[in-house]
Design a protein around this ligand. Structure first.
Ligand SMILES: NC(=O)C1=CN([C@@H]2O[C@H](COP(=O)(O)OP(=O)(O)OC[C@H]3O[C@@H](n4cnc5c(N)ncnc54)[C@H](O)[C@@H]3O)[C@@H](O)[C@H]2O)C=CC1
Ligand SMILES: Nc1nc(=O)c2c([nH]1)NC[C@@H]1CN(c3ccc(C(=O)N[C@@H](CCC(=O)O)C(=O)O)cc3)CN21
Length: 285
């Protein structure tokens, strides 16, 4: 059982993110993906919770399965939207019993069907207080290089992140496409006295429609040069090849910029993540 805060203190980490599968077919795909990616010996993996506003209750099952049946160190995402403090307390007890050492404490997307449910929490910080009080987990929070879409200003976004990072051990970022966004975020947090690890999250482009949808949801801009380059490719094979080239370059730029780790969003597929890792110019250890 490893705490991610300790791992980050010891080395540059490599990690992958998955979402809980909804169907039997998707479960088989995730099983194969996890088997493939285990061979790369990532330092940890994370499992989303209610991503995009759906399927909130499968995270624990996937995390428990990983704990019991694989060599991977799982981190469970937990969002505060629609949760009571009692529910969170019992979830945390379950995670502790199952040997889960890491939690990503998030605000969360509104449920897709509009049914929010009773919520004792408004912001990730409120949830973070309860997770920290349990004294059982290494805790991560979300950071938004291009500012969270709900933030009233850039300065307020950074202040809220600083408040979270004073309690948490590390942050993982929303995806972005230019290293300068990451460097600026790290500088702005340093100016607020925060020097805990901020691990960049990398979303490889594999599908044009999907990346536009996700960028809109997350506040990440698709830069003009990227839109232009995507404009020249239509064949899905070529889109994927370009996506791997760009994500590999971004990862190498991030390593050069001193990133404490790389967290790759896999969307439950292994081939793209494997190719990117093979393209890294520096060992991640
Ligand atoms: N479901 C999942 O597994 C994952 C979800 N995400 C998404 O990323 C985002 C994560 O949000 P977080 O940064 O954790 O949420 P947060 O609650 O920290 O912040 C959400 C927004 O509220 C603002 N805010 C925070 N505290 C405030 C306060 N006291 N007063 C006024 N405004 C305040 C922030 O600046 C930000 O704009 C969500 O959209 C989430 O769904 C990201 C990674 C994984
Ligand atoms: N606002 C926001 N919410 C998130 O949940 C989130 C972010 N941003 N940014 C970083 C990652 C990306 N995440 C994602 C992104 C997409 C899917 C997704 O599309 N899931 C679908 C299946 C898609 C597919 O099969 O291609 C699902 O069924 O859950 C899941 C998690 C989770 N994270």
């Amino acid at each position: 059982m490893a705490r991610i805060g300790d791992l980050l203190a010891a080395k540059r980490t490599l990690s992958f993110e998955f979402f809980p599968p909804k169907t039997n077919q998707a479960r088989l795909t995730l099983g194969k993906t996890v088997g493939d990616l285990e061979a790369l010996e990532p330092d940890f993996v994370s499992i989303t919770y209610g991503a995009g506003g759906s399927d909130r209750h499968r995270t624990g099952d996937v995390v428990g399965w990983m704990r019991d049946e694989t060599t991977l160190e799982p981190m469970a995402h937990l969002t505060c939207q629609g949760h009571t403090r009692t529910e969170v307390a019992s979830l945390l007890v379950d995670y502790r019993k199952r040997g889960v050492a890491n939690i990503l404490a998030l605000g969360g997307d509104a449920p897709a069907d509009g049914t929010a449910g009773k919520s004792d929490y408004t912001y990730a910080l409120d949830l973070l207080h309860d997770v920290a009080a349990s004294q059982s987990f290494s805790i991560g929070v979300a950071a938004h290089p291009e500012v969270h879409p709900r933030s009233e200003s850039r300065a307020a976004d950074r202040r809220h992140l600083a408040d979270k990072m004073r309690l948490a051990d590390f942050a993982i970022t929303q995806f972005f496409f230019e290293v300068e966004h990451y460097e600026r975020l790290v500088d702005e947090m340093a100016a607020l006295g925060i020097d805990k690890p901020i691990v960049p999250g990398i979303m490889p482009i594999t599908n044009k429609a999907q990346i536009s949808r996700m960028a809109e949801m997350s506040g990440a801009a698709l830069p003009t040069w990227l839109v232009d380059r995507l404009g020249y490719v239509d064949d899905p094979v070529h889109v994927r090849r370009l996506g791997i080239e760009l994500a590999s370059k971004l990862c190498n730029d991030l390593i050069a910029a001193g990133a404490p780790g790389l967290h790759i969003y896999t969307l439950n597929r292994s081939a793209t993540a494997k190719e990117i890792v093979a393209n890294l110019e520096l060992a991640t250890v």
